[in-house]
Design a protein around this ligand. Structure first.
Ligand code: C5P
Ligand code: C5P
Ligand code: ZN
Length: 470
């Protein structure tokens, strides 16, 4: 398996990446303190945690700062404090020229499309590695970390970041450099990977809730209904033991198999394509040092726990969890997680009720001030499971201070046809006086409030051209 997924090209690219990492690590080593600046999502938090642990082990002092996006204002503010060294993780590649012009002494560890050049810049795109599917910000930071010392035990955090960025979704398993990191983790006994049901919540939820909350795939008549979920399981002879429903991890292998088969049959008979049905199963990643039945045991649940902190202005709590706090910070994160879940459900309900506005090459919804700008992208991604037209990318708007936040999500069928949301959004945002960036499959922007219609027109045209040319 490993041979097929990691071909010679990848191995060579990893070697050049490691060489560049050596150069960046030599530069870091010359300093006694650093400011770590990172992004407010699961990948950004795990990137920062890997960096902080690495610096701690190397005897270098550090402080941290988390940002929604790296813009001119935040960069000026950083420069005004004259840090000895700034290490950007999971962001920075879009602002290389500005970083240079502000004369910041920086190391940039990122996986977003780069604009410009910088001496100490580690980014997969520079080595022909795909930053949306083969390595995330946390993976790049991990490669740097290994150049600074023996830090293979941090592979588990790198995998949580990659899963948080949904890098395993394209093939139902991690590929490319992520695979190499996974092997490091397995060899160091910090994680395990295996094929299993992909539904969310296997460690922590009573298993009927996995059906009730299943968004991808959307189970018609079951998703959203507690009664229908329990009924489905009862029909195939599976119910609770005594008073309590068991969790997925408490079930026997036979019972698991029985549920998976019944679910597959159900999906096929509801008209789902065979390809989508197979998406019920995929690779899952278990963190072996964590207690069973807790969010942090499963990479996917861990990343959601982290998103519940930093996306709500509590990056300090998420970072403390990544650094190992399983007491106070973990409890605080769990409380935030309940809020986050509630917000996601409310957001999805709003989108369902409001529906999508259709244009020729895209569909969009405007949540106004009803969905927080920091989670509107997650809601847009989740809503793809129930939108009627799956052949158009989803664009979402949310009010933001001084403008509008845009999020967009595509799918791999559209990418094969030529869609590149990162490029389209960057151009359309720039044309209306905003800024944007991201990947082919998911991108975002910040635009002026009165520019929405013009932006939509430009974006619709740009996406149309991308898909027609190819
Ligand atoms: O900022 P960053 O690169 O870390 O974010 C990547 C984003 O792309 C994540 O929000 C992730 O959910 C999204 N994504 C997606 N579908 C995929 C791959 C990534 O929505 N198949
Ligand atoms: O915010 P959202 O989850 O929609 O972001 C999707 C992708 O677009 C992420 O990779 C994010 O880093 C990127 N993005 C960006 N510039 C923005 C907003 C989002 O590069 N202004
Ligand atoms: Zn990332």
């Amino acid at each position: 398996m490993e041979m097929v997924i990691n071909n010679q090209k990848t191995t060579k690219a990893i070697m050049t990446l490691q060489k560049k990492a050596e150069q960046c690590s030599e530069h870091i080593r010359k300093h006694s303190s650093a400011l770590v600046v990172s992004h407010i999502d699961a990948d950004g938090l795990t990137s920062a945690a890997i960096m902080c642990k690495t610096l701690e082990r190397a005897g270098i002092e550090y402080r941290t700062r988390f940002l929604k996006q790296l813009d001119m204002v935040s960069l000026r503010d950083i420069a005004d404090r004259y840090p000895e060294l700034v290490i950007f993780t999971d962001l920075g590649s879009g602002m290389l020229e500005v970083i240079k012009s502000l004369r910041l002494n920086a190391v940039i560890l990122d996986h977003h499309m780069p604009h410009g050049t910088y001496e100490y810049h580690l980014n997969p795109h520079l080595f022909g590695i795909n930053g949306a599917t083969e390595i995330s910000g946390s993976g790049i930071t991990y490669i740097l970390s290994k150049a600074l010392g023996y830090n293979n035990d941090l592979a588990d955090l790198a995998i949580v970041g990659a899963v948080g960025d949904l890098q395993h979704m394209k093939k139902g398993q991690l590929v490319g450099v992520n695979r190499t990191i996974l092997e490091d983790g397995a060899k160091s006994n910090v994680l395990r990977y295996e094929k299993d049901l992909l539904l969310f919540g296997k460690q922590t939820r009573p298993f009927f809730r996995l059906l009730q909350y299943s968004c991808d795939p959307y189970l018609p008549g079951i998703t959203g209904s507690e009664d229908a979920s329990i009924e489905f399981l009862k029909k195939i002879g599976i119910s609770h033991h005594g008073e309590k429903w068991r969790r997925w991890i408490d079930l026997g292998q036979d019972e698991k198999q029985q549920i998976v088969s019944a679910l597959m049959q159900f999906c096929l008979s509801s008209g789902m394509s065979a390809g989508n049905v197979t998406r019920l199963i995929g690779e899952v990643y278990t963190l072996l040092r964590e207690k069973e039945g807790t969010e942090v045991r499963d990479a996917s649940e861990y990343s959601t726990l982290l998103n519940a902190t930093a996306r709500y202005d509590h990056a300090d709590i998420g970072l403390a969890v990544c650094m190992g706090d399983r007491g106070k910070s973990y409890n605080e994160a769990s409380i935030l997680l309940n809020e986050h879940r509630k917000n996601l459900v409310e957001g999805l309900t709003l989108v369902k009720e409001q529906g999508m506005v259709m244009m020729e090459n895209l569909q969009y919804f405007d949540s106004g001030n009803k969905i927080r700008e920091t989670i509107v992208g997650i809601v847009a991604g989740m809503s793809s499971s129930f939108v009627i037209n799956k052949n158009l990318p989803i664009i979402a708007f949310a009010d933001s201070e001084g403008g509008v936040k845009v999020s967009s999500r595509g799918n791999y069928d559209l990418i094969r046809k030529g869609l590149n949301l990162g490029a389209a959004i960057t151009e359309a945002a720039k044309a209306v006086g905003g800024t944007g960036g991201g990947h082919d499959i998911a991108a975002g922007a910040f635009i002026p409030k009165d520019a929405k219609n013009e932006f939509l027109k430009l974006l619709d045209g740009r996406i149309g051209t991308q898909i027609k040319i190819n």
